[in-house]
Write a protein that binds this ligand. Structure first.
Ligand code: UDP
Ligand code: MN
Length: 246
């Protein structure tokens, strides 16, 4: 029996939002046993996302929480300036802890940003996670892919290949790991925080749950790339057609 995969997606309003959410919801439609926890960065749920959820035929928990203004990335700010998705991922974790029962509900938790590109094969890997599973992520960290360095004899993780601070305790992108629901429910204080250093959210979050030695390398011993940290260009919209939900 396949474990339930809880895919947590923070999302925010911008021109490409519906395109991004269409893409990932239709990827998820190809995945058995997925529960999508979609968290809007807004005070109220929007009709655009509500409509998309209703059309998706997926099992969805739709939530919303707004990033405080002083933590929000401005339109012209460089992307590294602010943390993104902190509030939204934490609300999703809270939902899991309030609505699922430790020891009874079984599953794996994955942070699935709305703009990345996911192969359906990734979800077969996620389903194998016992504690914390890891795999390569394409197009991130200044490399064509970030990956794990494995000991050729033991197959265990010994280090990280990343173009950015490879000496982090866990130099792994948000898209490069998944955590068993048991651990998420057991370590109920584990959360993301604005106090974490920029670029260290993943490393600090993973530190609540595991050690480098315990990581489970997946995707054919980390030889396959099944997720890409793609980014969608901001479109140059000069006019808005009224009455169309785009
Ligand atoms: N996000 C959000 N509010 C924001 C900016 C981003 O909810 O103000 C979401 C976004 O939709 C995505 C995740 O947080 O699912 C990570 O953001 P982004 O992809 O911009 O970050 P990066 O690719 O630079 O890590
Ligand atoms: Mn992104």
């Amino acid at each position: 029996e396949q474990p339930m995969i809880y895919a947590i997606t923070p999302t925010y309003s911008r021109y490409v939002q519906k395109a991004e959410l269409t893409r990932i919801s239709q990827t998820l439609a190809l995945v058995p046993n997925v529960h999508w926890i979609l968290v809007e960065d807004s005070d109220e749920k929007t009709d655009l996302v509500r409509n998309l959820v209703a059309d998706s035929n997926l099992l969805v928990t739709h939530l919303s929480i707004k990033t405080p203004v002083y933590e929000k990335l401005g339109d012209e700010d460089p992307r590294w300036l602010k943390h993104r998705g902190v509030e939204q991922r934490n609300l999703a974790l809270k939902w899991l802890r309030e609505n699922l029962q430790h020891g009874k509900d079984k599953g794996v938790v994955y942070f699935m940003d709305d703009d990345n590109t996911y192969s359906v094969k990734l979800f077969k890997e996620i389903a194998k996670v016992k504690k914390v599973g890891v795999w390569p992520v394409g197009l991130v960290g200044g490399l064509n892919a970030e990956t794990l360095i494995l000991d050729p004899n033991t197959g265990k993780v010994t280090g990280y290949r990343s173009g950015w601070k490879a000496d982090r305790k866990f130099a792994i992108d948000m898209a490069g790991f998944a955590i068993n629901l048991d651990l998420i429910l057991a370590k109920s204080q584990a959360a993301f925080s604005y106090r974490m250093e920029k670029g260290f959210q993943e490393s600090e979050f993973l530190s609540y749950f595991t050690t480098k030695e315990e990581l489970e390398p997946l995707a054919d011993n980390c030889t396959k790339v099944y997720v890409w940290h793609t980014r969608t260009e901001k479109p140059n919209v000069k006019g808005v057609v009224p009455g169309l939900e785009v």
